[in-house]
Design a protein around this ligand. Structure first.
Ligand code: UDP
Ligand code: MG
Length: 322
């Protein structure tokens, strides 16, 4: 069988306390199964000394490529940078906190190599140790996303092994505001769903706040569906039918001389139509903002420094700045 290399793409943000353990744990498993690998670690503008740890790792371990962003661009941007920098025959995307079990990597590789699947996606069997409210929100998001886009992402995670051709196809999607989970489902290819149990975080806290999750929610929905815009047309149609009925009733009462002052009706109609209009403008505004962001055509991220592990034949040139 032709030799192959796996690129492990790992976004890292404020994980200095445990990133070294995570990488060495993954390394041990890969070496035990004689898998050729490359780590692509993206420091997403960490505020702690994550970058120093990554530099140290690049000096001590072979096969490490570390990229430092000029600021925090978010996990989605970090994944883009990682997938663009990776040159393996397959890319495996995983988190830095060991919540995606590295023990499964050899099994994923086997399914890819021997069973011929192009994508092996980790499906969460449980939602880890998240709060009740978080679970309800996540559920609501996936249901809405499925209804609007037709892609069922329930249980989906960013723990994924993708063949080179899938990564190449993914790179052809040019949007600036990316939603990795959705986009990697959109490109298609043969997929294997591998269930896994979400482990506890190695250390530190999760990085998501209700605001960042809310943003991801809106960005994911608007990226994959224009149905909310069509709902406005539907709403307009509904109000039009209602207004015809009301007009008929009003004229009837006027001609038969039984018209009454109708203050309540007027107020209610104003309130309902007013809020429907504002809501509709909001939806249009959200899509407009998306178009605006895409038209600006800014890069998805900016790299400040990039380093690679020394190969045995190299003696200098460790660091290259961009
Ligand atoms: N992450 C990142 N940039 C961010 C937030 C998170 O690169 O702005 C990384 C983080 O280092 C980790 C992964 O994304 O490797 C998942 O983050 P976290 O564990 O906080 O999220 P959760 O497990 O709750 O989905
Ligand atoms: Mg995590």
């Amino acid at each position: 069988m032709r030799p192959f290399k796996i690129s492990l793409v790992i976004p890292v943000y404020n994980e200095s306390s445990h990133i070294e353990t995570s990488i060495t744990t993954i390394c041990t498993i890969l070496q035990a199964h004689s898998l050729a690998y490359q780590f692509v670690l993206i420091d997403d503008g960490s505020r702690d000394d994550t970058w120093q740890v990554l530099q140290k790792l690049a000096q001590t371990l072979p096969g490490i490529k570390a990229i430092k962003f000029s600021r925090n661009f978010g996990k989605e941007a970090a994944l883009c940078a990682g997938l663009e920098a990776a040159d393996g025959d397959a890319c495996l995307v995983m988190d830095a906190d060991l919540q995606h079990p590295p023990e499964l990597i050899p099994k994923m590789v086997k399914i890819w190599r021997e069973e011929g699947f192009d994508v092996v996606e980790g499906i969460k069997r449980n939602r880890g140790h998240e709060s009740g409210l978080y679970k309800i929100c996540a559920n609501l998001f996936y249901r809405t996303f499925n209804r609007l886009s037709g892609f069922d992402l329930r249980g989906a995670s960013d723990f994924k092994l993708m063949d080179r051709k899938v990564v190449d196809a993914w790179q052809r999607l040019q949007e600036k505001d990316t939603f990795f989970r959705g986009m990697s489902a959109w490109v298609g290819f043969t997929r294997y769903r591998l269930e896994f149990k979400v482990a506890r975080r190695a250390a530190g806290d999760g990085k998501w706040s209700p605001v960042t999750l809310g943003k991801l929610f809106i960005s994911a929905i608007t990226a994959f569906s224009s149905l909310p815009l069509q709902i406005i047309t539907f709403l307009g149609g509904l109000f039009f039918i209602g207004s015809l009925l009301l007009a008929a009733q009003t004229l009837y009462m006027k001609f038969y001389g039984i018209a009454y002052s109708g203050f309540t009706t007027v107020i209610l109609l104003q309130l309902i139509i007013g809020s429907a209009l504002m809501l509709s403008l909001g939806i249009i505004g959200t899509y407009l903002a998306r178009i605006y962001d895409e038209v600006k055509n800014r890069p998805r991220y900016i790299i400040s420094t990039e380093i690679s592990s020394l190969r045995p034949d190299e003696s200098s040139g460790l660091e290259s700045s961009h």
